[in-house]
Design a protein around this ligand. Structure first.
Ligand code: FES
Length: 164
């Protein structure tokens, strides 16, 4: 890792820890904010957070690996998380898998070459009666059908941040 990247990470960790306070109680929101900023959390970030909060790197690493919304590797700008749990599965999740993979030219677990989209599965996101459902970053989309998915992808490809 380059020195300038380390400096940027250290500065960001300092800023976030100052905002929340140097207490272990805020470990998760601190990591969430780092994840939002860099799209993933690497070993240097884990070390910086552990030093700042005076807790072990193993504890920080344990939290990073426990929560699926915290990434250990770089992800796309937009992370699509399709629910794979039974209600969405029965509501036609597989059709949505096919259209997402076809439209983006990648498989689940991969990121597009332009770094715009990552495809992942997630467990239930609380929209069971409106499946199939997925998240794009923190935005929820339900009652998905292939046409709706194409529209949603177009919306993000065009750089819009919030769906009306
Ligand atoms: S089963 Fe998919 S949102 Fe609950």
């Amino acid at each position: 890792m380059f020195e300038c990247q380390r400096n940027e990470i250290q500065q960001e960790v300092n800023t976030i820890v100052r905002k929340y306070g140097r207490t272990r109680n805020y470990l998760l929101p601190i990591l969430q904010e780092l994840n939002r900023k860099f799209s993933y959390i690497n070993n240097y970030m884990i070390e910086a957070v552990s030093n700042a909060l005076d807790i072990s790197p193993a504890e920080v690493h344990g939290v990073v690996t426990f929560y699926s919304f915290l990434n250990e590797t770089p992800k796309g700008k937009y992370i699509i998380r399709l629910c794979k749990t039974i209600s969405c599965d029965m509501a036609g999740k597989d059709r949505i898998v096919r259209v997402l993979e076809k439209e983006l030219g990648i498989s689940f677990g991969e990121t597009t070459k332009d770094g715009l989209f990552s495809l992942e599965y997630t467990n239930c996101i609380g929209m069971c009666s409106e499946g199939p459902a997925m998240l794009v970053n923190e935005e929820v989309y339900s009652k998905l059908c292939p046409e709706k998915v194409v529209d949603i992808l177009e919306f993000y490809k065009n750089g819009a941040r919030k769906r009306a």
